[in-house]
Ligand binder design. Structure first.
Ligand code: HEC
Length: 488
């Protein structure tokens, strides 16, 4: 059987060739980072393909389909694995790179292999960036807006790139489609091709082995089964960690993206350093943080084999490079921690984030927009109130009075709103705060008083609008005299 296949394809001898390779100094757990990265990549591709079966890339469906994935236990697990494999892959790429730098394995004749490796790092980061937008929740939107605006800083082509990825004056379906195309098709294809090239060059150059200047050739060890076994053990450990995180620390889905609402964006952990850099640099010199510093850092990375020209790989005689590495790492860590702390501080000062259970339970804003936009016959008073509502209330209570879980109570289908008119007027005049319950859901926030900002007529109008025309509310109108009577 094997013979039959071998005679017609040559696959058997190809596999043998692939598996028999000498490893200078013998197999070692030091060599597992590259293969573990590939393992994470395969996991990402498999889970990613699965997710495309359920995800629908458009502004009206991206968040909704993600929410539906979150609500389905198995799909949610696959999504969590995808999420954590991405973090794992980026962490492993960094570890792999770190080791190659420490061991000087980029030196001649491995310059091209190194350059392909740096491209791999960049493509992996672009994959992380483009994937971040796809859930289309508040953070996906706000953080991606930051990165899209950064492309404007690029001279000459900046406008073009921004136009291409955003395609329009605001982010929307076309933006999702651009990111989706890059994320599921172009970048993975480039990634797989580069990995192929990286491995082919690796076979040509042979493994670099440990960083020693010993002229005596090291005793070679075997790839199969020794190194293969160690690679498998490492991948298994990576898999176990990813699974544990996916089960116990799944990603969080926020409310659907809403450009009208303010939101404090937070980036993925691997962009915290760049994010911190941007905060640090005054916006007048934004181009420094957006382009110049990252550009120079990348260039240095590419040119490393020519910057470190010594022929020795021994650690002791490469002190300047190792120092440079240590300082860069310290800066990256410092910036990351600083920017994380800054984000946490801002978040603590901002409105609380909505618990995920309520996000998943919340009616989608677009769904209610579709039903509410049907023109209803409004009384003149309700029409006037609608204008007040759009101006002064919709930012918190939602354009259709649907509210925000946990913070802003809905006004549509709210028994309090359609109940005693005096109570509604009092809330409008004097505001309201502290915990409150609507239809069994708890809310806690601050409703500002309006008696100083709105005229009695406006208050009567808006009270009439929310009582008679919002959602399915059908209660009595509120007269001007009722407001005047309550206003002291
Ligand atoms: C800054 C955000 C904000 C704005 C703007 C705002 N509200 Fe409120 N509103 C709230 C919050 C928060 C509550 C709940 C207060 C609490 O937790 O007790 C609330 C409560 C209410 C309630 C009582 C609901 C209940 O079930 O107890 C009514 C009625 C109401 N708002 C109407 C309005 C109207 C009409 C406007 C526009 C004139 C408006 N609100 C503007 C935040 C806001």
């Amino acid at each position: 059987m094997l013979n039959w296949i071998e005679q017609r394809t040559g696959f058997v001898s190809m596999t043998k060739d692939f598996l028999t390779e000498d490893i200078p100094g013998g197999a070692s757990y030091w060599y597992v980072f590259g293969s573990a990265t590939i393992f994470a990549m395969i996991l990402l591709i498999v889970t990613g393909i699965f997710l495309t079966f359920f995800y629908a890339p458009s502004a009206a469906t991206a968040w909704e389909s993600t929410r539906s994935i979150y609500m389905h236990p198995f799909q949610h697990l696959v999504l969590s694995i995808h999420y954590w494999s991405a973090s794992a892959m980026i962490a492993l790429v960094f570890l792999h790179l770190l080791q190659v730098v420490i061991w000087g394995a980029y030196k001649s004749p491995r310059e091209v292999q190194w350059i392909v490796g740096v491209f791999l790092l960049l493509v992996t980061l672009v994959l992380g960036l483009t994937g971040y937008l796809l859930p289309w929740d508040m953070d996906a939107y706000a953080a991606s807006q930051v990165s899209i605006n950064l492309t404007l800083q690029a001279p000459v082509i900046g406008q073009f790139i921004q136009q291409f990825v955003q395609d329009g004056t605001t982010m929307g379906t076309l933006t999702i489609n651009r990111f989706f195309g890059l994320h599921v098709w172009l970048m993975p294809a480039v990634l797989v091709m580069l990995v192929g090239a990286h491995l082919a060059i690796f076979r040509w150059n042979r493994p670099a082995g440990p960083p020693v200047d010993d002229p005596r050739p090291l005793k070679p060890g075997r790839f199969w089964p020794d190194q293969m076994f160690m690679d498998a053990v490492a991948s298994l450990i990576v898999f176990a960690i990813i699974m544990a995180l996916a089960i116990w620390a799944p990603p969080y889905l926020d409310m659907k993206a809403d450009p009208a609402k303010a939101f404090i964006p937070y980036p993925a952990w691997y962009f915290l350093d760049l994010f911190g850099l941007l905060q640090l640099i005054p916006s007048k010199f934004e181009i420094l943080g957006a382009l110049v510093v990252p550009g120079i850092a990348t260039l240095i990375l590419f040119l490393l084999p020519w910057i470190d020209r010594s022929t020795t790989r021994a650690l002791g005689s490469r002190k300047p490079i190792l120092w440079m590495l240590a300082v860069s790492l310290a800066i990256i860590w410092g910036l990351s921690i600083w920017s994380q702390l800054g984000i946490m501080q801002k978040q603590a000062a901002g409105p609380p984030s909505v618990p995920e259970a309520q996000v998943l339970a919340a009616a989608s804003t677009t769904a209610s927009a579709a039903t509410a936009s049907a023109p209803a016959a409004l009384s003149l008073q309700a029409k006037a109130g609608q204008a007040v509502f759009a101006q002064d209330c919709s930012s918190c209570h939602g354009p259709q009075g649907q509210g925000t879980p946990g913070v802003f109570p809905p006004l549509a289908n709210n028994p309090f709103v359609t109940g005693n008119p005096q109570a509604v007027i009092s809330v409008l005049l004097d505001g309201k705060q502290g915990p409150t319950t609507v239809n069994g859901q708890g809310y806690n926030g601050q409703m500002p008083p309006w008696k100083a900002t709105l005229s009695n007529k406006q208050i009567a109008d808006v009270a009439t609008f929310i009582r008679t025309a919002l959602g399915t509310n059908k209660a009595s109108a509120v007269a001007l005299s009722e407001v005047a009577a309550l206003k002291k």
